[in-house]
Ligand binder design. Structure first.
Ligand code: SF4
Ligand code: SF4
Ligand code: FES
Length: 440
């Protein structure tokens, strides 16, 4: 029978000779931090379960030769842990060199340049070249629904993305496929993510330590619009957006300097979207529409994919009201075109969204969604020092929000794992509120 750790019980041990006392159930990796010792890791991620795949974190315990993964093993009373000796350094260096032998090493042109965990490890271990030959991969980057790029040429087989998708998000859209240097991450049966249950939450990209899964950059298209004399490019940003510690006042000035014609307040689109949804709920209530309450809404389009795929019997609970990005590209853009007597089809709307999840559903020439990271790259490329800029105000346009909604009881559910539990109660007829908002 396995022993359940008691966090109220203390364990005494030494790490590289330094005495440490930690609660029972503490991993060696965490105990080492208490002694101010950083054990290198690659597959480990603080939000994910123990997987112990890469073995970079191996340590020796009690002078025995056996190697123990510090990220996956708990301390025990009296253990003497060694994190650093020539044997361990040599093992870690060999592992990194083996990974590099099947890695393109095109760091300067990689999206994760300067933010890559493999690059940092290689630099820390002073690796200039791999002692092993190179196995060239033939995998090409695949753009998935204009949102995520998978470049399996760069995968280091850490398994973080699979864990995030399967266990944390409960979606199970991706898994490992093939073996050895051919190993990759994909949806089953060579499906694209669009064909799979993927909800485009972007967690796989967020946890990937290298440039194997990342957001699809659409700044080139936005630059093209800005530099097209026949087009106007308009932006909407949230009043809560910050960049390098700068608030919206400076961000608006930066966007104007980049060449955006107008910058609007995204909270206006949010209000209109909310009014539309309230009006829709009122109509659902008055129609007494059997089976159509609670109304289900989501802050990203992936929520609609989630309900349609996993709970198809609840599909008619999904609101048809528009989200703030669509309001901007349809309503605000239309009113702006009217006021300026401009051709609406020659206006490019760009919504700035907090993360990859907000990109899904936007695309093409009619509607762009850029993340804060993409905005930061545009500002950096233009050589703008945002901290030194003066503050500007939002542009405005006259729009009418639909009136006559209801004061509804809205239950906000965070994340897909939680959403499953709540949607099960809807199916069982145990859910009492009129409105579920799933936020990711
Ligand atoms: S975007 Fe989300 S749902 Fe899709 S594969 Fe990645 S983690 Fe899974
Ligand atoms: S794609 Fe990234 S997160 Fe997934 S296994 Fe490969 S390196 Fe790890
Ligand atoms: S970090 Fe411990 S095995 Fe990968």
């Amino acid at each position: 029978m396995s022993h359940k750790p008691d966090p109220n019980k203390s364990v005494n041990l030494t790490i590289d000779g330094i005495p440490v006392t930690v609660p029972e159930g503490t991993r060696i990796l965490e105990a080492a931090k208490k002694a101010n010792i950083k054990i290198p890791t690659l597959c480990e991620h603080p939000d994910l379960c123990k997987r112990a795949i890469c073995r970079i974190c191996v340590v020796e315990c009690d002078g025995r030769g056996k190697l123990v993964a510090a990220c996956a093993n708990d301390v025990w009373e009296g253990v003497s842990v060694v994190t650093n000796n020539l044997r361990l350094l040599d093992i870690r260096k060999t592992i990194i060199e083996l990974i590099l032998s099947n890695h393109p090493q095109d760091c300067v042109s990689c999206v994760r340049n300067k933010k890559c965990e493999l690059q940092t490890l290689s630099a820390d271990f002073g690796i200039r070249e791999s002692s092993f030959g190179r196995i060239e991969d033939t995998a090409k980057p695949v753009i998935e629904s204009g949102t995520i790029v998978r470049n399996m040429d760069k995968c280091v087989k850490c398994g973080r993305c699979v864990e995030a998708c399967q266990e944390e998000q409960t979606i199970r859209a991706i898994n490992t496929s093939r073996r050895s240097h051919d190993y990759g991450i994909s949806a089953p049966y060579k499906q694209s993510l669009e064909e799979s249950p993927c909800v485009f939450c972007g967690r796989c990209a967020a946890v990937c330590p290298v440039g194997a899964i990342y957001e699809h950059d659409t700044t080139a298209e936005v630059w093209a619009s800005i530099n097209d004399g026949g087009r106007r490019t308009i932006a909407q940003i949230s009043p809560e957006l910050t960049l390098d510690g700068c608030g919206t006042g400076k961000i608006i000035t930066a966007l104007k300097q980049l060449g955006f014609d107008k910058v609007f307040d995204a909270s206006v689109s949010e209000q209109i979207s909310n009014s539309e949804l309230n009006a829709e709920l009122k109509q659902r209530l008055s129609a007494g529409g059997k089976g159509k309450l609670p109304m289900i809404t989501g802050n990203i389009e992936g929520v609609y994919r989630f309900v349609n795929h996993f709970y198809p019997s609840l599909a008619d609970h999904l609101a048809v009201g528009r989200n703030p990005r669509r309001i901007f590209s349809e309503e605000i853009r239309g009113k702006y075109a009217e006021e300026e007597k401009a051709d609406v089809s020659a206006i490019t709307p760009v919504s700035f969204v907090p993360g990859i999840a907000g990109k899904y559903g936007a695309g093409g020439k009619t509607d762009f969604a850029l993340t804060s990271e993409e905005l930061a790259r545009m500002i950096s490329l233009a050589g703008i020092n945002i901290a030194k800029l003066a503050e500007s105000s939002f542009d405005t346009v006259k729009v009418d929000a639909p009136k006559g909604g209801v004061d509804a009881q809205k239950e906000i559910v965070r994340g897909f794992a939680q959403a499953r539990k709540v949607l099960e109660t809807v199916l069982n007829g145990e859910f009492a509120s009129q409105w579920i908002e799933i936020e990711v």
